[in-house]
Design a protein around this ligand. Structure first.
Ligand code: AMP
Ligand code: MN
Ligand code: MN
Ligand code: MN
Length: 310
């Protein structure tokens, strides 16, 4: 982050004041941040994305992203490769991960940003979350078998690109290949969501633990795509209140999961709950994502961006 930011800053100071000495000005910083393109949510082959970490970074750079966070599910193993590629491509890479968390009776996702990936407590927490995935995958396969679809565990495994990370996305790819659905979107609504064959309940990390690990590692906790959770309006307020009270830092205001009205809604809710705002394409790979890397518009300038803390 810093190297990219300093380069921008130095360039702006020179333009503004004819090679004036380096002097920190928070208003100028805010301006520069508005000019930069942030994408703080995407995936690589280290979880359920289709591109290797370095390919994700090169694609982001080619598409004009200045600051990228790679946020693989429950995993930071792609960050070293991503960082090396980012240095080569001249963009800033922020450490990221998307943690699977259980809240009440639903699963939520918490994006961790700008932390120390070497932190033992966070790594133990991620390890704990990942360790439940294989037995969950076997239960998903049993549930699909009960609905007449055999061989799903082995089928999903063929799509796994990181030995320790099997997700519903890998089942979805198998189900499309096997002709049970036409595209990824149908697979989820027909098979892999609550109430459907192929969905099983699972206990992930608790909200307080997840936020605690992220903070101990020096990072920020961002509630991912809040518009996606199946909760009542009261439930949503309870979720946001609890997330904030347990130390959560920000919510994703801009996400391909959000319609325009939801962007406005979550922008307001960020202010109401005193939370910062984040943005991310949630890119998974060519042909599988609504938006490509860097495709979201800038965050509304009146919001407090999560990167102000960096
Ligand atoms: P898991 O962490 O194993 O529960 O898998 C969650 C992943 O499944 C998400 O990160 C998405 O990549 C994918 N996913 C969930 N719902 C959908 C959907 N409706 N359409 C496409 N992909 C989805
Ligand atoms: Mn995913
Ligand atoms: Mn997610
Ligand atoms: Mn994601």
């Amino acid at each position: 982050m810093e190297c990219c930011f300093r380069a921008w800053y130095a360039a702006c100071v020179r333009i503004d004041a004819g090679c004036a000495p380096y002097r920190y000005d928070p208003r100028l910083t805010a301006r520069i941040f508005q000019l930069m393109r942030f994408d703080l949510h995407c995936h690589s082959t280290r979880s359920d994305g289709l591109l290797a970490p370095a390919e994700v970074v090169r694609r982001a750079a080619a598409r004009g992203v200045d600051v990228l966070a790679l946020t693989d599910h429950d995993e930071t193993a792609g960050l070293d490769e991503a960082r090396a590629a980012a240095e080569e491509a001249g963009i800033a890479l922020v450490a990221g991960a998307e943690l699977s968390v259980s809240w009440e009776d639903i699963t939520i996702h918490v994006v961790a940003l700008h932390f120390d990936p070497a932190h033992g407590g966070l790594q133990d927490g991620l390890d704990q979350i990942r360790s439940g995935r294989d037995s969950r995958a076997r239960r998903i396969a049993d549930s699909l078998a009960a609905a007449g679809i055999d061989g799903a565990y082995e089928g999903a495994r063929r799509y796994v690109t990181s030995e320790r990370l099997i997700s519903r996305t890998h089942f979805a790819r198998f189900l499309v290949e096997a002709g049970h659905a036409h595209e990824m979107k149908d697979v989820f609504s027909r098979y892999l969501t609550p109430g459907r064959p192929g969905y099983v309940a699972h206990a992930w990390a608790g909200v307080e633990d997840a936020i605690g690990w992220i903070h101990e590692a020096g990072g920020q906790a961002v509630l991912a795509h809040p518009g996606r959770y199946k909760v009542t309006p009261t439930g949503l307020r309870r979720l946001l209140g609890e997330f904030r009270d347990r130390g959560g830092d920000a919510i994703e205001v801009l996400s391909p999961s959000h319609q325009a009205a939801q962007v406005a809604q979550f922008a307001s809710l960020a202010r109401v709950y005193g939370l910062a705002a984040s943005t991310g394409s949630d890119y998974h790979g060519p042909g599988e994502s609504w938006l490509d890397l860097g495709d979201l518009p800038p965050l509304p300038a009146w919001l407090d961006p999560v990167w102000k803390r960096w």
